[in-house]
Design a protein. Structure first.
Length: 221
């Protein structure tokens, strides 16, 4: 998979690209991630990419031309690339969307900043995603959240067994896990996990998933 991320703040992605599982996925060539600073597509000598809103009101609005030009540069090599706008008024992001998007060959994320973006930018996009009902200072963190959730699902990036029973698969949250020590400050590891009876352990885990989901997220059931 290839992912292009259009942003005005490329440095925000340094930690994301250079640590842990995402770094490994890049080194293994499971994913290519290209950060595009779309300020370089500005039509102005001062590199301006925003302007005041028509009709008045506060704040600055992202202009369409630099986004359009950056996208055309990408699309001339791959017209099929799927373009996703990060915006709080997009479709609420869910695990099932990550599962679908992991099969795409080429994704392009557009990160807005400032007060907003010219409405016509929406016409350049195939999809709009919100990562939750709150407003962030820009689309960079949302683009990292969504890319991370997709990349970890690409075959070979993490072990398949880690993916089998994790939260949101089958609309259930994950079961509780424990490691050593067997007892910490009076809190004991449940006996069943020490029993060595794999059928019993599997049944207990399934029950715990249902119990936890009913308590915490009845809306998922
Ligand atoms: N940009 C600002 N806030 C956002 C959100 N909640 N989701 C996606 N993009 C955003």
């Amino acid at each position: 998979m290839r992912i292009d991320i259009l942003t005005l703040f490329p440095n925000m992605f340094e930690g994301f690209l250079n640590e842990s599982i995402i770094k490994r996925a890049i080194l293994k060539e499971s994913v290519i991630i290209n950060i595009v600073d779309f300020r370089k597509y500005s039509h102005f000598s001062n590199n301006q990419v925003d302007d005041t809103p028509y009709g008045g009101g506060g704040g600055m609005v992202l202009r369409i031309e630099p986004i359009y030009d950056a996208l055309m540069d990408i699309k001339k090599d791959d017209p099929e690339a799927k373009v996703i706008l990060m915006t709080p008024d997009g479709i609420p992001y869910k695990q099932e969307m990550a599962v679908k998007l992991k099969d795409e060959k080429h994704l392009v994320f557009i990160c807005g900043h400032y007060e907003g973006f010219d409405e016509r930018i929406r016409t350049l996009c195939d999809m709009e995603i919100s990562i939750g009902d709150y407003v962030l200072t820009g689309g960079e963190l949302p683009a990292m959240v969504v890319s991370d959730s997709i990349i970890r699902l690409i075959e070979g990036v993490i072990t398949d067994s880690s993916l089998v029973s994790e939260s949101f698969n089958d609309k259930l949250l994950d079961y509780p896990t424990y490691t050593k020590p067997q007892e910490f400050m009076g809190m004991k590891v449940p006996d069943v996990l020490l029993s060595g009876d794999h059928a019993k352990i599997a049944a207990w885990r399934e029950e715990e998933r249902i119990k936890k989901t009913r308590e915490r997220r009845p809306d998922l059931m």
